[in-house]
Design a protein around this ligand. Sequence first.
Ligand SMILES: NC(=O)c1ccc[n+]([C@@H]2O[C@H](COP(=O)([O-])OP(=O)(O)OC[C@H]3O[C@@H](n4cnc5c(N)ncnc54)[C@H](OP(=O)(O)O)[C@@H]3O)[C@@H](O)[C@H]2O)c1
Length: 244
Amino acid sequence: MQSTGNTILITGGASGIGLALARRFHSRRNRIILTGRDPHKLARAAASLPGAFTFPSDISDPASVDTLCDYIATGHPGLNLLVNNAGVQYAYDFQTTPDIVSNIAAETAINFTAPLQLTARLLPQLSRQPAAAVVFVSSALYIAPKRSAPVYCATKSAIHTFAKALRYQLEGSPVKVFDIIPPLVDTAMTANRSSGKISPDQLAAIFLRLFENEVYEQHIGKARLLKLLSRLSPALAERILRNG
Ligand SMILES: NC(=O)c1ccc[n+]([C@@H]2O[C@H](COP(=O)([O-])OP(=O)(O)OC[C@H]3O[C@@H](n4cnc5c(N)ncnc54)[C@H](OP(=O)(O)O)[C@@H]3O)[C@@H](O)[C@H]2O)c1
């Protein structure tokens, strides 16, 4: 895929991995649209990306997704790249944490249902472009889960599997399907982890190189090692990750 001249919508683009991807694409003369729930965060992010557009939305709210898609259809008809990056991670224990039902619903909606619905809504527009792509951000935790965040890990396994099946469906169409499989990355989501993280910018640099080379499943950094290890010794891979 060309990494210049695209029109790109990035969910969760105001921070962390989404913002790092936005910066990389912006430096290569792409038209960037950032979305997320917090308009102040979006404005701060856009201030460092001259010419970038922002549109606040909550991707877990179907009405908000409708408004976002209407804005994209009218304001950015040339959209050819959707980056489904927004996500949340909640730690809870099914035996001891009270009132987890709403957490389960929110985490599943944001991490899994919303990217699928947004993709479904924007696919007709993407398909009209000569070259287009949908990018998902799963996680190395699809390979082996950690005990502290069972729903998060399950949503990331699901998004990984979905991306693969969608790639099969779209073979022969102009729309390519990428899956970024990050290791631990230094963002707000991992603020409680002190070591072993790569920076969002390191991840974005690797992603862009693999994107240009049409590598669709991108196991990055330690995620590559984990994938290899899980083939050699699934039990060891699971042991390493379970208390992470
Ligand atoms: N950091 C890691 O180690 C790591 C590893 C593997 C995968 N990932 C994945 O990478 C992606 C980005 O995470 P990150 O680490 O960069 O964390 P982050 O800095 O917390 O970014 C998450 C972004 O998602 C947005 N978001 C959350 N809920 C949303 C909603 N309902 N609607 C719209 N936007 C929403 C947030 O903005 P608002 O709060 O303003 O809405 C925020 O900008 C996630 O999918 C995560 O699962 C991260």
